[in-house]
Ligand binder design. Structure first.
Ligand SMILES: Cc1cc2nc3c(=O)[nH]c(=O)nc-3n(C[C@H](O)[C@H](O)[C@H](O)COP(=O)(O)OP(=O)(O)OC[C@H]3O[C@@H](n4cnc5c(N)ncnc54)[C@H](O)[C@@H]3O)c2cc1C
Length: 384
């Protein structure tokens, strides 16, 4: 499939299923089963899996556009969709022949969902400093002990990409590893679903790992080279997926308020709100804010796909900028749509709750701007 066909299919599923499922998964904090299974059945979950493993061989740009389309209908569904692709990209980056067979081929065939479990209670937004331990039993096996929080697709995915401390006791905090754990591995205990105020349909769960034994083949890449993964794979794919998602939410709020302004007219004057000069000005400002953010996101994703060394700056700033754009646009839309929107269960109310997650999903907005500044000032990006 060419990119255009892929995006047409994403649009078709979004219109037939994602939009319909959107409010119910939010209301009941339920994982978007119907939409996710349809994406799998239509082979879209292999979007970033290389063609040699049966995937669609796409990159950041396809992911940004897909998440934008889905996010316009449902932020939660775009988040679940996006996290699967980020984890797929992490597995694909240095996959061994066995990992290709065990994970990438089933993912491409729509038979396997995966997701990323990096965040931990002890290190919070600093997901790149895991405390989960990876102990080497012998040359053939590892044992994993630790705890993860906010795992999107928690309990629903077939496998979990987990970050751990470096294997050797001498490994520094910057030398950590990544492994893939099966959903039914012995020693996994899921916590109660997290009741977020927004993004409620993402099945976010905490996870305890106690004495989880893994074959050595589950290590991704070389021991302790996770920092390579953080900047070469996790950051670009995660930030791009989230940028697309929150852009979709901003666009949804814009569409909602536009519809409202076109329809709302006063009995006393017969005038429509669309005729008010101040409101026209504010809508123009919102459009420009969304469009310049969209251009940044597309540009960053394309630079990333081309392997441009400058791409990292654009990708970091894209997610920081879209968080501001999304929260501002939804807030403004709420004001412009007046008391009619300011009620329980209005679409804008859901968008307002979903938009707020943009700033707190790591790397958070403040941390992204700090990383950017450090990169510009030629300082090490990470704090020690
Ligand atoms: C909807 C949702 C889905 C998620 N899905 C996943 C997932 O699938 N996988 C996963 O691994 N994680 C996931 N997360 C977790 C997320 O990425 C963060 O790790 C988590 O939200 C951090 O929360 P915390 O309360 O521990 O933050 P804290 O670490 O307590 O941070 C609180 C605030 O302090 C700020 N702060 C902390 N340190 C600094 C600093 N040095 N400079 C500037 N500001 C700083 C942060 O930016 C943040 O705003 C998800 C979170 C949400 C909300």
């Amino acid at each position: 499939m060419q990119l255009e066909d892929i995006l047409d299919l994403v649009k078709e599923i979004t219109e037939s299923t994602v939009r319909e499922e959107s409010s119910i998964i939010d209301r009941e904090a339920r994982w978007p089963e119907k939409s996710m299974r349809l994406f799998q059945a239509e082979r879209l979950m292999g979007m970033v899996v290389p063609k040699e493993s049966g995937g669609l061989g796409q990159g950041l740009y396809a992911l940004a556009k897909s998440c934008e389309i889905i996010g316009e209908a449902s932020g939660s569904t775009a988040l679940c969709f996006g996290m699967h692709h980020v984890a797929s990209a992490v597995i694909a980056a240095k996959a061994t022949p066995q990992q290709k067979k065990e994970f990438l081929e089933p993912i491409a065939a729509g038979e396997h969902l995966t997701t990323l479990a990096l965040s931990e209670p002890g290190t919070g937004a600093h997901f790149y400093f895991p405390q989960t331990q990876l102990l080497s039993v012998d040359d053939d096996a590892y044992i994993v002990n630790g705890a993860k929080t906010f795992v999107t697709n928690g309990g629903q995915a077939d496998s979990y990409v987990i970050s751990t401390m470096g294997v050797e006791p001498t490994a520094s905090t910057h030398e950590f590893s990544c492994v893939v754990v099966d959903k039914d591995a012995e020693g996994l205990t899921w916590g109660q679903p997290w009741q977020g105020i927004g993004m409620r349909g993402n099945s976010s769960r905490s996870l305890q790992l106690q004495g989880v034994t893994l074959p050595a083949s589950r290590l991704l890449g070389a021991r302790n080279d996770q920092m390579w993964y953080v900047f070469q794979v996790v950051a670009p794919f995660f930030l791009t997926a989230m940028s697309g998602t929150y852009l979709g939410i901003a666009q949804a709020a814009f569409n909602e308020v536009k519809q409202h302004l076109l329809q709302r007219s006063y009995h006393h004057s017969g005038d429509s709100l669309s005729q008010v000069a101040l409101i026209q000005h504010r809508m123009g400002t919102l459009w420009a804010k969304i469009e310049r953010t969209r251009r940044l996101i597309y540009h960053a994703a394309q630079q990333g796909d081309q392997g441009d060394p400058e791409a990292v700056l654009a990708i970091l700033s894209a997610k920081a900028e879209v968080a501001h754009c999304c929260v501002d646009v939804v807030n403004e839309a709420m004001t412009l749509a007046g008391g009619i929107a300011y009620r329980e269960n209005s679409r804008l109310e859901m968008l307002l709750r979903d938009a707020r997650a943009s700033h707190v999903m790591a790397p958070t907005t403040d941390i992204l701007y700090t990383w950017l500044g450090r990169a510009i000032l030629e300082q090490p990006i990470l704090d020690s």
